[in-house]
Design a protein around this ligand. Structure first.
Ligand code: PMV
Length: 347
């Protein structure tokens, strides 16, 4: 990581910044850690960043604060909560680079359901790293920012980038960062997300991955086949080859869910609406519509569509029994500082 930079303990007047980041959806999935402490993935993943959903995070470093103070969607987080600890650990990495011990007030807001398989930790930690590093006047390279985000949440490393991104697998002790593969303009895919249940997921990804590695008989095959999937996806993206990307993505998703379902205790994220939405996507494919599905650690079905096909797919998914609503999105840009008159909605 970059050289430490000193921050004056007294120059606190303007040490605040707001940043925005978008969630990303993996087409080639990440599930499993090579190093649980450093949070290094055991498999390479390839993702698309969405433009319609966003996290906005405001960070203010303040010499008067005795401890970090954190507010998520209007609710103050208990300092002992898992989320608060992860946020403070991420801020600690940035404070170490800046050479400061200043504590921070962090206020963050998602305009989409939190912790429901919509990658809120990805956009959340990407926005946190961009806002906090800017507030500390750290001029981080995308690689360093991505490494710090990865340590907090591996999928967050990908949300630093817009369009298409890849987070490579690493070995234990290896500090990997995501890389941008192509911009949103390269191939403006569209996404329709069928919300099949609202509310937080039952088992978080960190515990789930540990359990999968320890108990699923399919886990070794999953890890062995991931590098070839990522390499083939890179080529399909560069050639805008929709059928190949569709086949690779659905296969990666179903392999990951096979690992999840054969984990003990089993990770069953699907519900009846999930299955109905997948069937509807199969029927659309049979009708010649360019669409494929992917899913994460939750019941939501993400339909990835060729440019121009998103509206028709979203309308079809909205009529599936049990689907409460459908979010639509194009591909978005990277995490960035924004000029925002923060409205203090957490106060
Ligand atoms: O980075 P985490 O801990 O939120 O894990 C994300 C795991 C999946 O969403 C299931 C797959 C992925 O690659 O995003």
């Amino acid at each position: 990581m970059g050289a430490a930079k000193r921050v004056s303990q007294t120059a606190v007047g303007d040490m605040f910044t707001t940043a925005a980041a978008h969630p990303n959806i993996a087409l080639i999935k990440y599930w499993g850690k090579a190093d649980a402490i450093l949070n290094v993935p055991a498999v390479s993943s390839v993702s698309i960043t969405l433009d319609a959903l966003a996290t906005e995070t405001h960070v203010r470093f303040d010499g008067m604060l005795p401890a970090d103070s954190l507010c998520l969607n209007g609710n103050t987080l208990a300092p002992t909560s898992n989320q608060a600890r992860r946020i403070t650990a991420c801020l600690d990495a940035l404070r170490a680079l800046a050479g400061t011990g200043l504590r921070a007030r962090v206020e963050t807001h998602n305009d989409f359901p939190t912790a429901a398989g919509l990658a809120s930790s990805a956009s959340g930690f990407a926005a946190l790293v961009v806002a906090a590093s800017a507030a500390l006047k750290l001029d981080l390279s995308p690689t360093t920012a991505s490494k710090i985000a990865r340590a907090a949440s591996a999928s967050a490393a990908r949300s630093l980038f817009g369009g298409f991104a890849e987070l490579p697998a690493g070995a234990a002790g290896e500090d990997v960062a995501a890389v941008g593969l192509a911009s949103a303009e390269h191939w403006p895919l569209e996404v329709a997300v069928a919300i099949c249940a609202e509310g937080p997921k039952a088992v978080g990804s960190t515990q789930g991955m540990i359990d999968s590695a320890a108990t699923s008989p399919f886990y070794p095959a999953w890890v062995e086949t991931a590098a070839a999937d990522a390499a083939a996806a890179r080529t399909a993206i560069s050639e805008r080859d929709f059928p190949t990307l569709a086949s690779l993505s659905e296969s990666s998703c179903l392999k990951m869910h096979a690992v999840m379902q054969t984990t003990r205790p089993a990770l069953l994220y699907w519900n009846a609406a999930t299955m109905a939405a997948l069937q509807r996507i199969r029927h659309m494919q049979q009708d010649g519509i360019e669409v494929f599905f992917t899913m994460d650690a939750g019941p939501q079905v993400k339909a990835v569509c060729a440019p121009g096909a998103g509206g028709e797919v979203a309308a079809a998914l909205a009529s599936v029994p049990g689907v409460s609503r459908v979010l639509t999105s194009g591909l978005g840009g990277p995490a960035r500082v924004i000029v925002s008159p923060w409205d203090g909605r957490c106060d």
